[in-house]
Write a protein that binds this ligand. Structure first.
Ligand SMILES: Nc1ncnc2c1ncn2[C@@H]1O[C@H](COP(=O)(O)OP(=O)(O)OP(=O)(O)O)[C@@H](O)[C@H]1O
Ligand SMILES: [Mg+2]
Length: 361
C-alpha cells in the first residue's frame, strides 16, 4: 500500500496549493527523475536505470507493453547521463516508410536520388554527442536492420549516395512493445542486431503487476492535472481508489493518466467517485480478462446515457478478438458465426489489433 493519505490534508488554502505542487518532491523519493513508482518491480527498474545513466555509452533496449513508460524512461536516462547537454533525438521506426527512414537516419549526398537537392545530415549525425532513441525498433525492415547493425558496431555511418564513412559518437537506445524473441523466431528480427541492442535491457512491467504504484500514480496525476487545468484540489474517494486498484489497465500508465485528466477536466465535485472514472475509460479495452478457457469474460459498462445496440455489438466483437489474440477463426468459433460474417463486422466497425498481427491463414 502507499504511505500517503491525500484525504487528511487540512482545508487551508495555502496548504492546498502546496499539496497541488507536491508531485515534484514526490518523484525525488519514489522514482527516477519524473518517473514515479515504489513497487519492488519499479525499484529494480530505477536502480538499474541509475547505473545505466551513469555509464555513458552502453546500448539500452527498453521493452514493455504500450503505455508502460518506455519513452519517458529513455528521456530520463538521457537527462540523467553525462550526455544531458547534448541532443536527445527520437525516431519512430514504425511510422516512416523504409526508404525515407534510411535517409532520415543516415542522411544523403547531393544526387543520391532524383529529388536529392543538396546534402542532408541524418539523425545519427544530428545526435552526435548525445542519444539516438529508436522507438518501435521491432518494426524496422530487414534491410535497414543490417545497416543499423553496421552503424552501431562500427560507430560509423555512410550517407545515402555518399562516398566515405563518417564517425559518430552516440548512445543508442531502442524501445519496443513487440516481443523481439518471438519476432526473431519468425525471422522478422535479426538475431545479431537483437544481441547487439540487448547489451542491457530494461523491461517495464505492466501497471496491473505494480499494485503499489497504482494509487501513487493516480494521486500524482490528480494533483498534476488540477494544477495544470487550474482546478480546485480534487481527491479520489476510497471507492474510486478501490476501482483503480481492480481495473486491468490494458493501456497501462497512459490509459490511467488520460482517464484521470478527463475526470479532472470534466469533474464538478472535489471528490472523485468510481462512476466519474468509469465513463472515461475506453470501453473496448475495459475489463477483458484473458485467464484461459472458460474464464474469459466480456464486460460492458453501461453509461448513464444508455448504450446503443450497435455499440454493444462493436464492443463484443472487439473484446472477443482481443481474447482470441486476433485469431479470426477462433473468434468466429467463440461467437458461433461463420468467419465471413466476422470479417464483415470487423470491416463495419473498423476494428484493428493494437499491434499488427500475422494473419493465421
Ligand atoms: N512511472 C511513471 N511516472 C509518471 N508518468 C509516467 C510513468 N510511466 C508512464 N508515464 C506517463 O504515461 C504516458 C505514457 O508513457 P510512454 O509514452 O513513455 O509509454 P510507452 O511505453 O512509450 O508507450 P508506447 O509503447 O505506446 O509508445 C506518458 O505521458 C508518460 O509520461
Ligand atoms: Mg512510446
Amino acid at each position: 500500500m502507499v504511505p500517503m493519505d491525500t484525504e487528511d490534508t487540512p482545508p487551508d488554502k495555502e496548504d492546498d496549493m502546496r499539496a497541488v505542487n507536491a508531485p515534484l518532491s514526490l518523484s525525488d523519493h519514489f522514482g527516477f527523475g519524473t518517473m514515479i513508482g515504489l513497487s519492488p518491480a519499479m525499484e529494480r527498474v530505477f536502480s538499474l536505470a541509475r547505473k545505466i545513466a551513469a555509464s555513458n555509452a552502453t546500448t539500452v533496449l527498453i521493452t514493455g507493453e504500450t503505455g508502460t513508460g518506455k519513452d519517458l524512461l529513455a528521456r530520463e536516462l538521457h537527462v540523467n547521463s553525462a550526455r544531458r547537454e547534448q541532443p536527445f533525438i527520437e525516431v519512430n521506426c514504425s511510422a516512416i516508410p523504409e526508404t525515407l527512414l534510411e535517409t532520415e537516419l543516415f542522411g544523403y549526398e547531393q544526387g543520391a536520388f532524383t529529388d536529392a537537392k543538396g546534402r542532408r545530415r541524418g539523425l545519427f549525425e544530428l545526435a552526435t554527442g548525445g542519444t539516438l532513441f529508436l522507438d518501435e525498433i521491432g518494426y524496422m525492415t530487414a534491410n535497414l536492420q543490417v545497416k543499423l547493425l553496421k552503424a552501431i558496431e562500427e560507430k560509423r555511418i555512410h550517407r545515402v549516395g555518399g562516398t566515405h564513412d563518417l564517425d559518430v559518437d552516440i548512445r543508442i537506445m531502442a524501445a519496443t512493445n513487440r516481443n523481439l524473441e518471438q519476432a526473431m523466431r519468425k525471422g522478422l528480427f535479426r538475431e545479431d542486431l537483437f544481441y547487439r541492442l540487448n547489451v542491457i535491457s530494461i523491461e517495464l512491467p505492466p501497471l496491473r503487476e505494480r499494485e503499489d504504484d497504482i494509487l501513487l500514480l493516480a494521486r500524482h496525476f490528480v494533483n498534476h492535472f488540477c494544477a495544470e487545468h487550474q482546478k480546485e484540489r480534487m481527491v479520489l474517494s476510497p471507492r474510486a481508489e478501490r476501482f483503480l486498484m481492480s481495473h486491468r489497465w490494458p493501456g497501462n500508465v497512459r490509459e490511467m493518466k488520460n482517464a484521470i485528466e478527463r475526470v479532472v477536466v470534466l469533474g464538478e465535485s472535489q471528490i472523485i467517485n468510481p462512476e466519474d472514472i468509469r465513463i472515461t475509460v475506453r470501453h473496448e479495452t475495459t475489463l477483458v480478462q484473458p485467464h484461459g478457457p472458460g474464464k474469459d469474460r466480456i464486460v460492458l459498462p453501461i453509461p448513464e446515457t444508455g448504450i446503443p445496440y450497435t455499440e454493444i455489438e462493436r464492443q463484443v466483437f472487439g473484446q472477443v478478438l482481443t481474447i482470441s489474440g486476433w485469431n479470426k477463426s477462433k473468434a468466429a468459433r467463440i461467437l458461433h458465426i461463420p468467419r465471413p460474417r466476422l470479417l464483415r463486422k470487423i470491416a463495419k466497425y473498423g476494428l484493428a489489433p493494437a499491434i499488427p498481427v500475422k494473419d493465421e491463414e
